[in-house]
Design a protein around this ligand. Sequence first.
Ligand code: 3PY
Length: 251
Amino acid sequence: MTDFRSRCIAPEPLAGLFCAIPHPTGVEICAATGPDFLCLDGEHAPIDRERAEEMIRAAQLHRVPVIMRVPGHLPDSIAGALDSGADGVLVPRVSTADEARAAVAATRYPPVGVRGVGPGRAAGFGYRIPDYLATANSRILLAIQAETPGALENIEEISTVEGVDVIFIGPGDLGVTLGALGPEGRPKLMAAITRITKVSRAAGKAVGMFCASPDEVQGWRELGITFFLIGNDARHLADAAGAAVARAREG
Ligand code: 3PY
């Protein structure tokens, strides 16, 4: 079976979900629906290290690849997710090539990077360290988020950083940081997304996008985007619950 990182790089179209409910049950419910991957939201949801490990375990029970959005690009933000067994990380707010290179280094063992060796869950709690060390550098996915004016300006340099696999666009943050909000801001936001996508694809990187709704996917695919995160578990639950109650009240 082709590993998850190879499928992302190919790039194969992939549909994933954010998991923001900080509990393994939410992950199991999402995993049971058969997404291509899950992404635990360690940037915006209250997921501590121990809970992240339980959530990763829940995804793996269903053989669904799982990555974690970490709080930043430095090793102390990234090590815990990988040692807990995540298949990769999504790193927010990468605005320069130096920050992208720091993220690459944090996800790779020496001599390529600076990741520290630990007998964590990923390495069978020490039992499988040699196997894990031999394969981790080539298996771990690194997706970085382009969501700031700096990323837009520096995308030529960022997209050529070796070891970055996916450039993931955060349209919410990009819109806010560019001051491109609402219908009036749409042309500016679209121009920014188009530039990031075209430059990144020309550099051979896969491009990802957050979509609040699956209806957005087709349009982005036509632009060359393949790696999608469609909403999050909390929002899907709220939408379904809200719709059920409204429907019941209609009689
Ligand atoms: C954004 O839209 O800015 C995101 O980061 C999606 O989670």
